[in-house]
Design a binder for this molecule. Structure first.
Ligand SMILES: NC(=O)c1ccc[n+]([C@@H]2O[C@H](COP(=O)([O-])OP(=O)(O)OC[C@H]3O[C@@H](n4cnc5c(N)ncnc54)[C@H](O)[C@@H]3O)[C@@H](O)[C@H]2O)c1
Length: 359
């Protein structure tokens, strides 16, 4: 495994300043039907395949695709989304993953409650994707009206003052309890919109449309929502699960390289701390991920979501296991620094926590 670590750090550091323009990036359009679900065989579709996890947990992954390590990265097919289920009893929800999902209007529309929707986004994302999301919500659905609130962009705005802008808009628009909030953006928007949905009228329906790798593989899944306080990050918040997470992988085409790298740190995290097979796959495919290969990305998002969904379904409120996922944030947030350094710190921390040294 020492070899493996070096291999990944080399491929990560080999092209840290690559300039990839969005028109160079092909569409991600190879869906694979895989779902994470409870282990009782009665709940399983015939023909689904059990995969034992290398992590010694009691639940198992069941999938109706071939085992993940054997998936060929060349085949492309229909626009059927990959679906990963987050199994939380009556708060369970699907994560849809695929290319062109914002054009499949029924996917979003079936999760909307009531006739009023508030899209929460920011000044960077709005010009790129707001119209598309409004279309997805309203096409063939004339009874729904959509309001939006466009927040300033950046972690420094993840605070009470910005949160109030969401409540102001919701109250001015006379939204009632049967409305739906939609988070359109990265982790900052997802966390703020989710918290607003948890608090507005003591809780309204909520949908996540994550647009960064970080948000697609981590922050949009699992229901942690919140804002920062001047004395610390994410100190004010709530556990509040969405109705669905819709990951249209085409949105990654506009993501800056720096944000891509930061999100990849989260992908590596799952391999490091709980999924040896995925770690091996990353060794072989890291250069493809850095080059935004669409099939490699579709697979990495799916596998990451499966890992996150499994952890969340075992420890929703972070009483133990879920805290291990915070590793990725530690090094993901320093992604401007040298990748080899990040990798060494991450690996060292991971080994320490694995062996109980409490780092
Ligand atoms: N809730 C959780 O479980 C959880 C987990 C991890 C991190 N987080 C939170 O997530 C936040 C970080 O999220 P992030 O890394 O996504 O950062 P971010 O939301 O700030 O997004 C990064 C930048 O990319 C821009 N952007 C987003 N999507 C884009 C797109 N498709 N094209 C072009 N630009 C795009 C954003 O406007 C922003 O400028 C932190 O606040 C962190 O606390 C939450």
């Amino acid at each position: 495994m020492a070899c493996a670590t070096n291999a990944i750090s080399l491929s990560l550091s080999s092209n840290p300043n690559s300039k990839l323009s969005s028109d160079f990036i092909p569409k991600l359009n190879r869906p694979v039907n895989v779902s994470l679900c409870a282990s009782t065989s009665a709940e399983l579709d015939p023909g689904r395949l059990f995969l034992s996890r290398p992590i010694g947990l009691s639940r198992r992954i069941c999938a109706n695709a071939t085992p993940v390590m054997d998936q060929s990265v060349g085949e492309r097919s229909s626009s059927v989304p990959t679906i990963v289920e987050v199994d939380l009893g009556n708060r369970s929800y699907p994560i849809y993953i695929g290319s062109g999902l914002l054009d499949q209007h029924e996917l979003l529309q079936k999760h909307v409650h009531g006739k009023k929707v508030l899209v929460v986004t920011n000044t960077t994302i709005a010009p790129l994707y707001l119209d598309k999301v409004v279309d997805a919500l309203t096409k063939g659905n004339p009874n729904v009206s959509v309001e939006n609130v466009i927040l300033p962009d950046g972690e420094k705005y993840k605070n009470m003052e910005t949160l109030m802008k969401v409540f102001d808009k919701a109250i001015e628009s006379r939204l009632d309890r049967r409305c739906t909030f939609v988070a359109l953006g990265g982790g900052v928007i997802g966390d703020m919109c989710g918290f607003a949905a948890a608090a507005f009228l003591r809780g309204v329906n909520f949908i996540q449309i994550p647009t960064t790798v970080m948000a697609q593989v981590d922050s949009s899944v699992g229901g942690k929502t919140g804002i920062n306080h001047p004395l610390g990050k994410n100190l004010i918040g709530a556990f509040y699960q969405p109705q669905c997470v819709l990951i249209d992988t085409d949105t990654l085409s506009t993501l800056p390289d720096r944000e891509l790298a930061s999100g990849l740190a989260e992908v590596i995290k799952y391999g490091l701390i709980r999924d040896a097979e995925f770690f091996e796959w990353q060794e072989k495919n890291m250069e493809k991920l850095m080059a935004r290969d669409p099939d490699a990305f579709a697979y990495a998002i799916k596998r990451s979501c499966e890992n996150k969904a499994e952890v969340v379904s075992l420890d929703e409120k972070e009483s133990g296991l879920r805290a291990t996922l915070n590793l990725g944030h530690t090094f993901g947030h320093v992604s401007n620094r040298n990748w080899v350094w990040i990798w060494r710190v991450a690996t060292w921390r991971s080994c320490c926590s694995w062996h109980g040294y409490g780092c």
